[in-house]
Design a protein around this ligand. Structure first.
Ligand SMILES: [Zn+2]
Length: 191
């Protein structure tokens, strides 16, 4: 049985048994916040449970590293839409210790691509056409600096309402303990 068929089979039972009823909630987050965090599997539930958030409380945006790699990319758009169209009034950007994007080796990723058939010429063509592939795949060296730089991207964004508080946190993926990096009410960095 493949993963996909397992998922589809489970889903039939899930719907037939009305298991969805326990998840029914509104489109507007009751805590009126958007949380940007990492896609790390250890944070799948911990990222919200450790902050006292339950289903329906927040908009969660996840990607590799909890980063905003482009001011006009989909992550920034999600934050803006959360604020302007989906009832959020605050933003929380939460990186984590021991993040895969903090130790990612671009050369290893490129080698993995090549071993699966991506040709060097393709990578060269992208580089010539202005896409810096190394930069595109790169992570960060310090999670605190990464959170700070993401906060700067949001608060300096020309389409962002600066009255909206943006908070910065770093979570420990083992214990769920969070450290305050930036208090969006006081507009003060702590790390
Ligand atoms: Zn991570």
């Amino acid at each position: 049985m493949t993963l996909l068929s397992e998922i589809l089979e489970y889903n039939n039972k899930f719907v037939a048994g009305k298991e969805y009823e326990q998840f029914e909630t509104s489109k507007v987050p009751s805590m009126k916040a958007v949380l940007l965090t990492c896609m790390d599997t250890r944070l799948q539930e911990l990222s919200t449970r450790a902050l006292g958030m339950k289903n329906g409380d927040v908009k969660v945006v996840k990607n590799a590293g909890a980063v905003i790699s482009h001011p006009y990319g989909s992550t920034m758009k999600s934050l803006l839409v959360g604020i302007y169209a989906l009832g959020a009034e605050e933003i929380i950007i939460m990186g984590h210790k021991d993040c895969g994007m903090g130790s990612i080796d671009v050369d290893v990723v490129l080698e993995a691509m090549k071993s699966r058939g991506i040709r060097q010429e393709v990578i060269d063509t992208l580089n010539y056409s202005g896409i810096d592939v190394n930069h595109f795949l790169s992570g960060f060296s310090d999670v605190y600096e990464s959170v700070k730089s993401n906060i700067q991207t949001v608060i300096n964004h020309p389409l962002f309402d600066t009255n909206v508080p943006v908070h910065g946190l770093v979570i420990d993926p083992h214990t769920g303990a969070v450290e305050l990096v930036y208090d969006g009410y006081k507009k003060e960095f702590y790390k």
